[in-house]
Ligand binder design. Sequence first.
Ligand SMILES: Cc1cc2nc3c(=O)[nH]c(=O)nc-3n(C[C@H](O)[C@H](O)[C@H](O)COP(=O)(O)O)c2cc1C
Length: 374
Amino acid sequence: MKVFQQGTVGGIEVKNRVFRSATYESMADEGGRVSPAMTEMYTGLAKGEVGLIITGYLCFASSDNPSARTVSMGSDADLSALRALTDAVHGNGGRVVAQLAHVGSQLHGAPSGEVFAPSAVVDPVSGILPTPFSAGQIETLVAEFGEAALRAKRAGFDGVQLHAAHGYLLSRFLSPVYNRRTDAYGGSPEKNARILSDILREIKGVCGPAYPVWVKLNCDDFETRGEGLTFGGMLVAAKALDAGGIDAIELSGGTFAGAWTPCRPMKHESYHLEAGKALAAEVSAPVISVGGFRRIEAIEAALAGEGIEAVSLCRPLIREPGLVKRWRQGDRSKAACVACNGCFNPKGVRCFFDLKGEEREAQKQVMAAMKGKA
Ligand SMILES: Cc1cc2nc3c(=O)[nH]c(=O)nc-3n(C[C@H](O)[C@H](O)[C@H](O)COP(=O)(O)O)c2cc1C
């Protein structure tokens, strides 16, 4: 059965095809370092036999405004705590990929400095009118992606994933609504995708061609403000990255301001699977499908035949880090997660159903404020 088939996906040897999709932790120590609680969480996922873990987004760029509890990949001083995390995962038989991101203007809190984006288009989430990147700032950003990837490699990560989905900076470059540039980095699907190819080339140059570089893309932004990124634009970016040697593509969809967020309610199952299959028919890189996988039968069906090489799960593994092991051991009942999105917790990602007393009441208020946004 392919679910538990060992093999190489995207340049990384994995023990099965059920991965953990990137999950922002909101758990970094002061100074943006990995906290012991975070290492413990990753240890639990590795012990739970998750085939491969993608970290929550990590930030590093001098032009970015990540919130205080985001892990920093911006300096060598941060490496020892990252190394403790990768050692813990490897020590328990797991694999771990670092997700590299730039938040752009889709900030969920107050910025600490000037906010940059592809173009000066008001962000519907933060309400901020960002400053467009200059050509020189794009060059700096590309170089910083390379430096961050090298740090990830030195910290023991098995690869990196570029976060180009969900409305954060790189995904905004792909959207005609947010990218109004008329230079080499905007104006056509090919130009909108150029920054991604530049970053890929930089990382492969700095880390070596064998170091796995993955990308997370949106199949569609489900944009409500005009003609945003749709399947065709994504395909242009995916094909350019494929030609540049991208090692794997994880296909998601939605933003925090569109008709659909990436985290849909329970009634939606395997909701980007068809787009993932259509993408897999067009590229040689392996495609990973994310979004709404809850039942092992649905995962088996997704992996049957040619096309999807792995699936990734986020919310079900917050509720049950041991889910994959449970399925392998024969208890095939469906994931306990009810997709309530109560795991978006500013005090640290946790399943809502694990909260008690005051913590639970406080989180209910966060959920009410978030209604319709996640
Ligand atoms: C609490 C939380 C944090 C998330 N953080 C990230 C992130 O850092 N990077 C990312 O690409 N996606 C992030 N996502 C989206 C998930 O990776 C995934 O695409 C989405 O939840 C759909 O998968 P699911 O139905 O298995 O939860 C997050 C989702 C949740 C619920």
